[in-house]
Design a protein around this ligand. Sequence first.
Ligand code: GLY
Length: 349
Amino acid sequence: MQVRIMSNQQVVRVELGERSYNVVIGSGVRTQIASMVPSAAKRAVIITQATIPFSVEESLVAAGISTRTINIGLGEEFKSLSTIEMILRECAQFGLTRNDVIIGVGGGMVTDIAGFAASAWHRGIAVVHVSTTLVGMVDAAIGGKTGVNLAEGKNLVGAFWQPRGVLCDTDALASLSPRETRCGNGEMAKYHFLTGDDLLSLDLNSRIARCVQIKADIVGSDEREGGRRMLLNYGHTLAHALEIATDFSVAHGEAVAIGLVYAALLARELGRIDDQRVVQHRQVVEGEYGLSCALPAGVSHDELIALMHSDKKALSGLTFVLDGSNGVEPVSPVSVDAVRSALSRMEVR
Ligand code: GLY
């Protein structure tokens, strides 16, 4: 799969037959929104948040599309079925038809919610994502995973619903907090281990495009996560448990960084890799991407293990994506003893 470079923007195609779509990366690409909505669309419901640095309303109105903007709450507690109900009721009141479109403008939480609302409204209408965070651009907005949380766990309710297109407007990155940038780096470090690519040698647009390309290749070959797509969860088994155990005070990308180093320690525990490869994981995550690899003090190992047992990826016992002589691959079941022993080898801060 090639990245097409056009002046100041790059285009990656996600190949999914008749549901294929473009991901456009670059400064100001949000103004291309009208070209991505269905030609029959007369209305657009825009789902966003008060903190998002720009809007696509003006470009849509200029193209003759009526808009209704819904600001959803900030914080993981708003990634809920109540938010979906509120959005769908607004869609009803606005008269959104199945020819129309829902547009998510924001980070991963916004695009997950927008995609899920679109998958459910009138049994599925078009959705376009305008991604405004690094995590969203390199991961969440691409590949059609949508959903919300339940009290029992993260992203437990959702659907695979591919967007018609994704705009990654890099103008938004200037307003990201250092923490949000770090979170994007956590996901990028994951791609480093999936491919061995030296992503940091690329300029930012090319680095985002390369991550999108890696993800697009994987999604194109395994849209519904029957096998290969599980690789995208490298570092995520511990990460999801850690997010929940800390009540989301450890953000997703930070948790992924810790989870990558944990996955290396677990692979070492199982004899899949050597000490040198564990050191490499620390060096990349901490040294190159500038992320902490340490578990926060006070997090109970028992709680983490219980949460990892209920991970939705787990089919039989504890399931991890682990490095080894064949590269990174899903491994299941993994013994609780190995999981506990690797946890005890983690640094604590
Ligand atoms: N974020 C992992 C995936 O999209 O499969």
